[in-house]
Design a protein around this ligand. Structure first.
Ligand code: URA
Ligand code: SF4
Length: 193
């Protein structure tokens, strides 16, 4: 199992499939517990992630960790990744062609880990995985697409610009944890749409 994730990791680290490979310091493969039944998907690495080669280790990562802990998740026991594995210059949003070039890695991660639920963090992941828009209206919900469950919430970095979202993210993670608990016990969860 982990062999397959290691294989992805190795390919990501040396990937030159899009032009972000030219400006990065390090590519940032997904990280965490391969046995996790939830995967958190962000947008793309920022400066700290680029320097360290690990996802969510900067300011947004701090907020993510805090919200995970609040909801009773152990960060080491979940799997965290991004739509795009290399930092876009100046933290701009990843372009459509960059997202397309990088998509196979995310698809493989999801295929290997087979999470019960995928937690979408913010608009880029929402758009890439579910063709969604306006996360702020749709957050806090579970959506089913092609047999896969998704939980939709705001991006931790949004909290930096809008402090009111800090508690929103935490409360959403509590909802996610409760839903996961139900799924683990074989109960149904309420699905939107
Ligand atoms: N923002 C993201 O979307 N991903 C990271 O890894 C860090 C910040
Ligand atoms: Fe490869 Fe993705 Fe990095 Fe582009 S962003 S170089 S596709 S790993």
């Amino acid at each position: 199992m982990s062999d397959k994730l290691d294989n992805i990791r190795n390919r990501v680290i040396s990937c030159v499939n899009c032009s972000l490979s030219k400006s990065r310091v390090n590519a940032v493969p997904g990280d965490g517990d391969k046995n996790s039944d939830v995967i958190f998907v962000g947008e793309a690495p920022g400066r700290n992630e680029d320097l360290k080669g690990k996802p969510f280790v900067g300011a947004a990562g701090q907020i993510l960790s805090e919200a995970l802990e609040y909801a009773g998740f152990e960060r080491d026991h979940v799997y965290i990744t991004n739509v795009v594995k290399c930092r876009p210059p100046d933290n701009r949003q990843p372009l459509a062609e960059e997202r397309t070039a990088c998509k196979p890695y995310l698809s493989e991660e999801l295929e290997i880990i087979k999470p019960k639920i995928i937690c979408i963090l913010g608009n880029t992941a929402y758009n890439s995985l579910l063709d969604g828009h306006a996360i702020i209206k749709n957050r806090g919900k579970i959506v089913k697409n092609n047999g896969q469950l998704y939980f939709v919430t705001v991006h931790p970095a949004a909290v930096i610009y809008n402090p009111g979202l800090r508690q929103v993210l935490k409360d959403d993670f509590v909802l996610l944890a409760k839903s996961l608990d139900k799924l683990r016990k074989g109960f149904d969860v309420e699905i939107s749409q």
